[in-house]
Design a protein around this ligand. Structure first.
Ligand code: LLP
Length: 415
């Protein structure tokens, strides 16, 4: 169900008219629907029904404490890639025992912190990292729980920046290398080898790369079993895509069915690290039109939202639908415009050559599907304070991150 829809000609999120919210909170503002966020979380979780599994929400995607608290409230876990994300997850009440830690560049300090917290497992990405983890665990007199992240060399058919499971990528270990490293780690007194991990990419809109991956991992699992390793967890990462424009990705239920079918009978706990499919269509970014600028070549709708707020169009050429908060009359002919922000570079755009209903200064627009990698990738470029974040719950809303002030911009700096 779409929790953002027009009612009485006004775009609403759940029961809140967004124009009123924008008047009260100001723009740019990310507005999350808790019903959408929680609905997507439980749809994913329920898709695996009674198969032993743990959903570890990918913190990088949208990491506000209020959202993470929703994850904690449902008894789910977290996928983290930094000490900062561990800090957030724990603050929000997600138990360390439900945290998995991926990433190619974990520092010694981050490894120590994760061991101290008692995370579920490290998803190890290289031999050098495995060595460092075992040394630190030894110094602490601990056994570090590990999985090796395998790179299955599968093409996820997504944007090159979002593909992580191809052999030329920096992520994971080639299957053969993984096997020899598993054998090395097997009897290490400070390592407990409990899992196999994989994440092949993000915004996948077809099922076959996932299925191919499972097939390759099954082979590895059987080789590991033959070698005397008992693996308890299979972490299949995140990656399930969403509809931004015309895409029709598999639903969580279809995804689950295919994974379970191709996996067959394996006595394992499955771990998933969904992010985009939970948060992506749970939020919009509301921006305000500042100017309508017509040049001989183009028409620019200049807004107070920019690439520093939502970098996805600039960085990946991604499509985000844009709609006015006041429902346009169907009699009005759309016009072709570039929707751009105030940032001083031509890469600053939210949409190019987009057909939009006519808008004028002061009108609000909603940039849709902005919940995943929206606020979390935002920056202070051009010394622009970062946007506020708001959470809708039914008829009411609350600010879950205050708009940054000028003082926030210089915090920690000195003359
Ligand atoms: N697990 C790992 C190890 C990951 O690296 C990622 C995303 C996820 C899970 C979550 O994947 P998801 O379910 O969201 O596809 N900034 C880009 C996406 C980068 C993806 C990074 N890794 C974007 O805006 O599209």
């Amino acid at each position: 169900m779409d929790h953002f829809r027009y009612l009485n000609s006004e775009l609403q999120a759940e029961g809140v008219p967004l124009r009123r919210l924008a008047d009260e909170v100001g723009t740019p503002v990310f507005v999350y629907s808790s019903a959408a966020f929680e609905g997507h979380l439980s749809a994913f979780d329920q898709a695996f029904q009674d198969k032993p599994h743990l959903v570890c929400y990918s913190v990088k995607v949208a990491s506000n404490l209020a959202l993470l608290a929703k994850v904690a409230g449902r008894g789910l876990g977290a996928d983290i890639v930094s000490g900062g994300e561990l800090f957030r997850a724990l603050k929000a009440g997600i138990p360390a025992a439900k945290v998995v830690y991926s990433g190619v560049g974990k520092t010694a300090l981050e490894i120590k912190e994760a061991l101290e917290a008692g995370i579920l497992m490290f998803n190890v990405e290289s031999e050098a990292e495995l060595d460092l983890i075992s040394r630190i665990a030894q110094d602490r007199g601990q056994k570090a729980p590990v999985a090796l992240r395998v790179n299955p060399d599968v093409d996820p058919g997504t944007h090159p920046y979002l593909a992580t499971g191809l052999k030329e990528s920096k992520f994971g270990l080639h299957v053969d290398k993984a096997l020899s490293l598993y054998l090395k780690a097997k009897d290490h007194p400070n390592l407990s080898v409990i899992g196999v991990d994989c994440h092949i990419g993000s915004q996948l809109t077809t099922i076959s790369p996932f299925v191919d991956t499972v097939k390759r991992l099954k082979l590895l699992l059987s080789n590991l079993r033959t070698a005397g390793l008992s693996i308890s967890y299979l972490d299949l990462g995140g990656g399930l895509g969403i509809t931004y424009d015309q895409e029709s990705p598999p639903s969580p239920a279809q995804y689950a069915q295919s994974i379970l079918e191709s996996l067959g009978h394996e006595e394992l706990t499955l771990i998933f690290e969904p992010g985009r499919v939970v948060a992506g269509n749970s939020a919009v970014l509301i921006i305000k039109v500042l100017y309508d600028k017509i040049t001989p070549e183009k028409r620019f709708i200049i807004t107070d939202g920019a690439m520093n707020d939502l970098i996805r169009p600039s960085l990946y050429g991604s499509h985000h639908s844009i709609v006015p908060l006041r429902e346009p009359q169907s009699s009005l002919l759309p016009i072709k415009v570039n929707v751009v922000g105030p940032v001083c570079e031509s890469g600053d755009f939210l949409a190019k050559d987009r057909l939009l209903p006519p808008v004028s200064a002061g009108d609000y627009l909603a940039v849709k599907s902005a919940g995943a990698y929206g606020f979390s990738m935002s920056s202070n470029y051009n010394s622009r304070p970062r946007a506020a974040e708001v959470l809708i719950e039914g008829q009411s809303y609350r600010i879950i991150r205050a708009r940054e002030s000028y003082d926030d911009l210089i915090r920690g700096e000195s003359l």
